[in-house]
Design a protein around this ligand. Sequence first.
Ligand code: FAD
Length: 389
Amino acid sequence: MSSDKNGHNLKKTADAIIVGGGVHGASAAYHLAKAGVDVVLFEKEYLSSGGSGRSAAGLRQHFGTEVNCRLAKYNLECFPTLQEDLGGELDLEFTQWGYLWVAYTEESMTQLRKNVALQQSLNIPSENLTPQEIKRRWPYLNVDRMIGAAFCAKDGHINPHTLTMAYGRAAEKLGARILTYTPVEKLLASNGRITGVQSAGEEWSAPRVLLTAGPWSTLLAATVGVELPVTAERHNVLVTEQIEPFNCPMTLCLDDGAYFKQVPNGSFFFGRDDPDEPKTMESGNSAKFLEGVTRSVLQRIPALKGVRVVHQWSGPYDVTPDHQAVIDWTPVEGLWVNCGWSGHGLQFGPSGGRLAKEMFFGESTFVDIRNFRLSRFEEGDLFMEPAFI
Ligand SMILES: Cc1cc2nc3c(=O)[nH]c(=O)nc-3n(C[C@H](O)[C@H](O)[C@H](O)COP(=O)(O)OP(=O)(O)OC[C@H]3O[C@@H](n4cnc5c(N)ncnc54)[C@H](O)[C@@H]3O)c2cc1C
C-alpha cells in the first residue's frame, strides 16, 4: 500500500470516517482504532481547534439528570489514569481542586439540593454547603447574599488541547489516519445510506460516518437531508497573569452565570454567560464581556483585585433546545452523530469515544443513552438538563 509523507496510507476507503477533530472525534478515533476498526478522521484545522480548545475545561459531576451524572462519574473515573492510558507523552494537567455551584435564590438552592440528592444516590461524593461552611473552607470568597452551594471535591480541570491531541496521537499509533487541515465539503449518501464524504473534491468511501463537528454538524448533516436542531452560541473566557496556586475550586455563581477557576500554571480563567453574545461559530472578543465578567468575579473573590488580564478568547457552544447532547443514528443509514454538548461537552470526551465504539459494533451501550435520541425534538419530548451554563 502506498503512503504519503506522514505515513498515512493513501486508499480512500475506511470502515468508519469521523468528521471533526474535537475531543469527541479524537476519542472516537482512539476507541474505534483500539477495537481494530480502520478509521479516518477529517479535521478542517488542527485537533482541538473548535469548542474543545476554547473550553474552560472544568470537569464536574454536578448534573441534574441521571444519564449525565452516570456518564460524568464514568469520565471522572477515567481521568486520573488517562494520561498514562494514552501513552504518557503529553501532560494533561489533570487536577481535582473541586467545583462549587453557588446559589443566590431559594429557587436555585432548591434545584441544587435536588441535583445533589440525585448525585448522592449514584455514589457521587457531592454535598450541600451553607455560606458559613463556604467561608470556613475558602475564607477569601465573599459570601454576601449567598444562600448556599453544592460542592464536589473530586471534580476538577484538564488541559483541553493536550487531552484532544493525546487521543489523536494514541489513535494514530493504533493505525487511525488523522487528516488535519482537511475539511469535509459534504457527506455522501445514496438510496438512504451513507457512502462516505467529499473532501478537496475527492470522494472517500465508508459504510459508517460519525459526525462530531460540534456546531458545524448542522450544516454537514443538511448535505444529506438530516436536520439537527443544533445552533451556535459564542462564549468567552478571560485569562489572568499567573499567581501562586492556592486552594481555589472552580466556582460558578448561579445568579449571573459568572465562573472562575485557577489552573495549574497559576492563571485564573474567568467566564460568564451573556445572552447578548452573537449566535455564531465565529470567534471574536467584546469589551462588554471583559467589563461584565471582571465586575462579577471580583465581587465574589475580591482578593483578585488588581490581577492583570493577559489574554481573552471565545469559542462556540453547540446548543440544543434542551441543553442536552444528541448521540444517535440518523435516518440516513450508517450516519451517526454526537454533538450538541452546550457548555459541558469537554468532560464527556472519554465516554463519547466509548459510546462511539459500542454503537459502531451494535453493542448495548454501557449507560442507557435513549434520552439523547434525535427523534425527541420531533416527538416534542425534550429532556431538559437543569444544571447547564
Ligand atoms: C468558552 C467555552 C467554555 C467551555 N467550558 C467548558 C467546561 O468548562 N467544561 C466542559 O466540559 N465543556 C466546556 N465547554 C464546552 C466544550 O468545549 C464542548 O462541549 C466540547 O469541546 C465539544 O467537543 P466536540 O468534539 O463535540 O466539538 P468541537 O471541539 O467543536 O470539535 C468539532 C471539530 O469539527 C471541526 N470541523 C467543523 N467542520 C468541519 C468540516 N467541514 N470538516 C472537518 N472538520 C470540521 C472543527 O474544526 C472542530 O475542531 C466550553 C466551551 C466554550 C466555547
